[in-house]
Design a binder for this molecule. Sequence first.
Ligand code: GH3
Ligand code: MG
Ligand code: MG
Ligand code: MG
Ligand code: MG
Length: 351
Amino acid sequence: MADGSIRKTGETVRRTGSTTSYANRTILVVDDDPANITHVRDGLASHGYRFREALDGAEALRSVREVRPDLIIMDVEMPRLGGVEVCRIIKANGGEGGFGFIPIILVTARQAGGKIEGLELGADDYLVKPFDMLELSARVKSMLRLKALQDTLMEKNRELDHKNRELDRANKELAQKREELLALTRTDALTGLSNRRYFEERLAEEFARATRYRSPLALVMLDIDHFKRLNDSYGHPFGDEVLRTVARTVKGKLREVDFVARYGGEEIIALLPETGPKEALGACERVREAIAALQLEHRAQDGSRKEVRCTASLGVANAPDPRLVGVEDLLRAADTCLYEAKAAGRNCVRQ
Ligand code: GH3
Ligand code: MG
Ligand code: MG
Ligand code: MG
Ligand code: MG
């Protein structure tokens, strides 16, 4: 960011009727002949401008770096570093991060030649000596107006950039919040597993895919055995704790790609993509064993501790299967197997 433009921020251009005053603007006058500088200053004396002077190109560049003038009036013919060359350097270093926009009026005794060259190198205006002071005054005003407009434009651009960045940030936050909300609507609050609604969405997708590509898919229904008894003996909060532990155990024993959800009160359901009947049975046995091995500890109000055991029954259905036309068929098949597992004495898997 050019600090020349920052300096201008907030500075208001006074308007009196239709004429605009650019008093206090800094004009750098560059000429190897001090008499010419004085001539220019005298001609513009009534406008209230501030002046800086430089007697050669190098000094002019130093001054530009130091004060960032609002306008440069510069002689073309100077020893060593001429006006055209200085003009080229300043224009090459303009823009954001450099000097910013500084209008330059080149002044020369030559009639032609340099005029075209100077304008091509980015001089903004050109005067041939000897020049009319009224003309110089008018051109200075026009250049200062240009400079003010350019500064306002740059400032507005910066404001826009800033606003854009803020918008970007707000959008990212919103997107994140939306993700978080979406995740919440898919999650079961007690266990942290996916909830039934989200499970049903996923089941439809996985079932369609398994059917279309004839890839194996297993659906597992798990129900904790005699859970009512556990609740009755140790209280509902303890039942909740068991539910959380069982949920964690099921998830821990299945693969990352398997989809586990809480289906109902103490029922957990899992989708095992790319899993045939044999592997599904193996996975279910692993889950069943892990639950049966859990050492749950109940702490009574009197501080006494008791080790509590729990088991679960599991039913597995497999797709694709010509008898299972829709997801409801798959669900019903798993439920029937679960019922058979309960009937067979619980703590077992039926397929
Ligand atoms: P079965 O072996 O036949 O499944 O017997 P069960 O007692 O587990 O089956 P039943 O369906 O009769 O009882 C399920 C119990 O689970 C009843 C209900 O109060 C309890 N339950 C359901 N949701 C929750 C819950 O979120 N927390 C707790 N602590 N208990 C729950
Ligand atoms: Mg000269
Ligand atoms: Mg039941
Ligand atoms: Mg049960
Ligand atoms: Mg149940």
